[in-house]
Design a protein around this ligand. Structure first.
Ligand SMILES: Cc1cc2nc3c(=O)[nH]c(=O)nc-3n(C[C@H](O)[C@H](O)[C@H](O)COP(=O)(O)OP(=O)(O)OC[C@H]3O[C@@H](n4cnc5c(N)ncnc54)[C@H](O)[C@@H]3O)c2cc1C
Length: 406
């Protein structure tokens, strides 16, 4: 219970962030209503993401390494990154803010801050799984980040040392050692200079998690989910009480938690927050295992492709496209993703499978890669948004934190 009062809390958005917020709010004793425009829970960015619970690899996107590569990226020389947004004020402000975060000091601070949140998430996730008993192909698989140069290894050793100081179990191991841990690596196209290994990182299907947790909440608490209901405005009624306006009428609450991900952009009342979030399109395909499927989750750093084994499926995800809200190049980018995956790991998945589940989603990116977790004192709104590349990883700690803020 927060401040000693039990409240009626409206959570806006039923992605993984909204559902975990509902869980921790309900555990604090509040009556929660989650309002979601989609037909289902977790139909946005939380649907078919990479599945990595990347508790030890929280490196901010903005940093000196990316800055150096930026001219090539803008010229279209990096197939994994595409920068071609509409040149409006939103992009100009956001991208200037991003460039300011590209110093070594900012990169270190942003990475460390998200790292602490991720470690709290890890403990809270284990507790949640034990309490609820929900299943979602969750497994402490460990994670490897494959590095293709000595320079990347030196940088990774520095950043791993900082993470160990924060409590992470992470180490730089040789290619030989990595192949002993996961023999599937023998079938990679080429050897690597080194590998960052985090044995406690996990994998899980964030859509299955969100849906199972929503069902559990409906069964075990007073939480309800209003699906097919779009939030059109938020404000206060004549008594000063928070009110949510939706396509299905007015919903009164004592507190409102905004978990709209990239959807913040569509809501005028949260424009101060949406200006700080830019959508970055990414893609995934889900395939049957190939001849040599991985057990550890794998990130190939140079191609920016991740491979996660979720039960008997291989989820391959990647690419970061700053192209505004367009989805027009999805099929082209998905083909590119499959090609990139097949080039580095030809036997990991069955690329010739007759049915390939392809997907695209908008990561809600902040310039500094830190999520927005705070209460706005003027409007009274509590924000839990802007989790970028790591919303699945950070969901539990973020939900737990906002439950203390209402
Ligand atoms: C290709 C890809 C791979 C990724 N891989 C990983 C990974 O391996 N590990 C990791 O930790 N993270 C990963 N992520 C990031 C992660 O998926 C996101 O950070 C996370 O899903 C964001 O969750 P969210 O709940 O904030 O947003 P969403 O899941 O988008 O949820 C927001 C919800 O709000 C709803 N909504 C929006 N507007 C309204 C409105 N007006 N009224 C009512 N409802 C509304 C939407 O329908 C949606 O359901 C990946 C993302 C992508 C795209």
């Amino acid at each position: 219970m927060t401040n000693g009062f039990l409240m009626r809390v409206a959570v806006l958005g039923a992605g993984v962030i909204g559902v975990t917020s509902a869980y921790f709010l309900s555990r604090a004793g509040h009556d929660v209503t989650v309002i979601e425009q989609g037909h289902h829970v977790a139909a946005g960015a939380s649907a078919q993401n990479g599945g990595q619970l990347s508790y030890s690899y929280t490196d901010a996107l903005a940093g000196p390494a990316l800055l150096k590569k930026l001219p090539g990226i803008v010229l279209g020389r990096d197939p994994a990154l595409n920068i071609n947004p509409p040149l409006d004020m939103h992009w100009l402000r956001w991208s200037l803010g991003f460039l300011r975060q590209c110093t070594a000091a900012a990169h270190r601070q942003n990475t460390a801050s998200v790292q602490q949140l991720a470690l709290r998430s890890q403990a809270l996730m284990e507790d949640l799984v034990e309490t609820t008993g929900i299943t979602f192909d969750y497994r402490k698989a460990g994670k490897m980040v494959l590095l293709d140069s000595e320079k990347s290894c030196r940088n990774a050793e520095q950043s791993s040392a900082m993470k160990r100081d924060l409590g992470c179990e992470i180490e730089l191991i040789s290619w030989q050692e990595a192949r002993q841990i996961d023999p599937a690596l023998d079938a990679m196209t080429r050897p690597y200079a080194g590998v960052v290994f985090a044995q406690n990182d996990a994998v899980g299907d964030s859509q299955q998690f969100s849906r199972a947790l929503a069902n559990w909440l409906e069964e075990h608490s007073k939480t309800q989910f209003l699906l097919n209901t779009r939030v059109t405005a938020v404000g206060r009624d004549h008594d000063g009480k928070p009110v949510v306006h939706t396509t299905r009428g007015k919903h009164e609450a004592d507190a409102i938690v905004v978990c709209l991900g990239s959807g913040c952009q569509q809501l005028e009342a949260v424009s101060s927050v949406s200006a700080r979030i830019y959508p970055a399109r990414g893609y995934s395909v889900t395939l049957p295992p190939g001849e040599s499927p991985n057990t550890v989750s794998i990130t190939d750093l140079s191609s920016k492709v991740v491979f996660s084994r979720l039960g008997e499926r291989i989820r391959i995800a990647g690419f970061v496209d700053f192209v505004g809200n367009t989805r027009s190049r999805d099929s082209h980018r998905v083909r590119g993703l499959i090609g990139a995956a097949q080039r580095v790991a030809p036997k990991m998945a069955d690329y010739e499978a007759p049915e390939i589940e392809a997907w695209g989603g908008f990561r809600p990116m902040t310039a500094n890669s830190r999520p927005l977790l705070y209460k706005d004192n003027d409007s009274g709104l509590v924000y839990n948004a802007g989790h970028g590349m790591l919303g699945w990883t950070l969901a539990c700690a973020s939900g737990h934190e906002v439950a203390q803020l209402v």
